[in-house]
Design a protein around this ligand. Structure first.
Ligand SMILES: Nc1ncnc2c1ncn2[C@@H]1O[C@H](COP(=O)(O)OP(=O)(O)OP(=O)(O)O)[C@@H](O)[C@H]1O
Length: 258
């Protein structure tokens, strides 16, 4: 790595994770390049969410090495300041139900950036607009909004501290196909505008085609394949072939063709 090259956004070498007595990942390697959208796919229970939770520091690895933005994750705590350089969108949005959307987004600013309330709310409004929400949505509570709007607000909160690296767990789960497609487009627009690196866990083949630069397949406790969609779809493995060459995979491929 030269002085001008900041290195990969995520570098995982020999990662071992265990939950209870079970090994979930065994000597897993993966590199996520700066500025790319990498989609992680794999069968149910293959360990996608456990990997994401390990990367954001919620689970402690049993072995191996993880570097985020060049910083080595320690056994106990994330390096100082790292948590403000990453944003996370959890599957259900994880917004506070007793706060309005604006208050939810502003909270990240008052807590982490120590902005005064009024300024934080102004900036929160800008971020909610950037994710495509109408001005009136800011004063509403999560329960008053559609799933798609809640996702957008959660994305606004994940982005409000201007992270370099964004983690998304099943961002389009629960959205109707039109809402999901709009969310995929939003993701690409924001990545281009903000220069983000995005690591997303998904089952959604349309998201892979519409939003991801590369795809990694998790199977047999490791990353079995990583590359462009075409490269990965050509891998001779039962799950890969069933996923990409099954009826849904073929439909997503057709839909993505110009
Ligand atoms: N808190 C937990 N306690 C016990 N086992 C767990 C826990 N969390 C995950 N596991 C186990 O770890 C394995 C991987 O789970 P994980 O949630 O990462 O799978 P996944 O690939 O995200 O699945 P899905 O696509 O269904 O969401 C599974 O066997 C799961 O049962």
């Amino acid at each position: 790595m030269s002085a001008a090259d900041p290195g990969p956004a995520i570098e995982i070498r020999g990662l071992v994770t265990r939950i209870g007595g079970s090994v979930i990942h065994d000597r897993l390697d993966l590199t996520v390049r700066r500025g790319e959208v990498l989609g992680l796919v794999g069968g149910s229970g293959s360990g996608k969410t456990v990997l994401l939770r390990t990367l954001i520091g919620l689970l402690r690895p049993a072995g191996g090495e993880v570097r985020l933005l060049g910083e080595r994750l320690g056994p106990d705590t994330a390096p100082a300041g790292l948590e403000q350089r990453i944003g996370v969108l959890f599957q259900n949005g994880a917004l506070y139900s007793s706060l309005t959307l604006t208050e939810n987004v502003a909270l990240a600013l008052t807590e982490h950036a120590r902005l005064p309330g009024e300024e934080a709310e102004r900036l929160a409004g800008v971020m909610l607009a950037l994710t495509g929400l109408p001005p009136a949505a800011g004063g509403r509570f999560p329960a008053e909004l559609s799933g798609g709007m809640v996702k957008r607000a959660a994305l606004a909160r994940a982005l409000v501290l201007c992270p370099e690296l964004l983690f998304l767990d099943e961002p389009t789960a629960g959205l109707d196909p039109i809402g999901a497609a709009a969310f995929d487009r939003l993701l690409v627009t924001l990545r281009d505008a903000l220069g983000l690196t995005v690591f997303l866990v998904t089952h959604d083949l349309d998201t892979l085609y519409a939003a991801c630069d590369r795809v990694a397949v998790l199977a047999e406790q490791r990353v079995l394949a990583v590359g462009t969609l075409e490269e990965v779809a050509a891998v001779d493995h039962e799950w890969v072939q069933a996923y990409f060459r099954g009826p849904r995979g073929r439909a997503a491929q057709r839909a993505a063709q110009p």
